[in-house]
Design a protein around this ligand. Sequence first.
Ligand code: F6P
Length: 547
Amino acid sequence: MSTLVHSPAWQALTAHQIKISQQTMREMFCDDPQRFDKFSLQWDGLLLDYSKNLITAETLTLLLNLARQSKLDDWIVRMFNGDKINTSEQRAALHTALRAPRGTSVYVDGKDVVPDVHRVLDHIRHFSEAVRNGTFCGHTGKPFRDVVNIGIGGSALGPLMVSEALKSYGSAQLNVHFVSNVDATDLVETLKRLDPETTLFIISSKTFTTLETLTNAHSARDWVVKHLGADEVIGKHFVAVSTNLTETSKFGINPENVFEFWDWVGGRYSLWSAIGLPIALYIGINNFERLLAGAHAMDTHFREAPLERNMPVILGILGIWYANFFGAASHVILPYDQYLQHFPAYLQQLEMESNGKRIDRNGQVVDYATGMVIWGEPGTNGQHSFYQLLHQGTRMVPADFLAPIISHNPIGEHHSILLANCFAQTEALMLGKTTGEARAELETQGLSGAALETLLPYKVFPGNRPTNTLLFDQLDPYTMGMLVALYEHKVFVQSVIWNINPFDQWGVEFGKQLAGKLLPELQRKERVFVHDSSTNGLINYFLARRV
Ligand code: F6P
């Protein structure tokens, strides 16, 4: 048994779970009218209501004991101080330095990195303003109308999610598009509607070696050269965000238009760096800086608030409670805000690439569950597809509901209807519907006897299903920054308790290696026999039938 599972804090939670399982949230709310006040936090325009969870004050004390036993306080200090806590790659994890205000200091290997961060931000300011006001324009002198970001994973999901989330702050003159998939359809369908003369490409790749990104970049390059003529147009229509200056210049990108970032920025934590260039182009640098300010505010909260009043800590330990003591395998993200439509996919990478690990920081295989499967869809669409399972399925799926108080599009009764659905869902998931309530409802509808008894079991809802609700005033850049940083730190809290490194991603590297090895076999077009019979069969079937 691992030290963690054997520890007094873990064992106390195991015993406590048995006790809690005999109570329902319905009873807990009846017994304590102050439950919302006790189990909610308000800070800087954010409300986190976590009262609809299977917890008592004792549960929180025990979960916080677990966090303290893991030395969470020390780990927070170490992360912010730039210690090399990404041990398998011998790197610091300093995405927090990317939103550190000018004039503050954060040291990596004895060097203050904040001046470098602001030098790159100044570069982004200068460039984004030049593109937006037309002084940096295409080869034929026309201002840019479309920006295509070519990148994948952390070099795409953050900018895509935030650009969509902050669409109401977006430029009317400049559209942003995101191409990630090596499936040519992604690029071809995007370029179909664009004019090469007014299209700017950002090649976003930390390494500038990622096969998908480089393949798309070269095809985009061919498209531009085909339409605009000579190779020298590349310098006018392509910029890069990368740490690999040798490869960007081989590609033909002017070194002045390469936006730098550093090895202490992990891909899925990089939207605050130059990887956020498409965001800055679209919403303007001042709004981008508001995004950074919101994230910095959350950093300050995470660093300074006591653990029991600390939003990322509360979200983190609640996740641990369900993953490790109730066997919950997935966690659903339900934004009641259409602008947050890509937020679940963004969090999928953030959480699953960070905490989807089975080896602990001591190199041992863990004997407890780690990262949950993250998924979700905006409400109310999800209500008409998968909420059935949330209400009446056999699995516990803890949920986060997110909603703005004020809509950017306040027409008619839309927003009240949206929020009525949001609040009603968390209430229903908590309360459920008892057999007595279902029976009374059916009787009111005129049913009785065998007809009623047959239908009755299907009309019962067990309830007791945990949810968090996050409310914010309006989805503006500052709030968006806070929300993303909130989840980044939640992931960190969980990684500390699970004793895993959330900043490496060896599982992804494996995929990159495998495809690289297999590709020549598809190009050679000869039957293969070197794999297992399934892989041989699939490759040979493909080779035989391809045109
Ligand atoms: O998805 C894994 C990952 O390594 C991310 O961390 C990274 O953002 C992405 O792939 C793409 O890598 P690169 O930015 O080097 O092209």
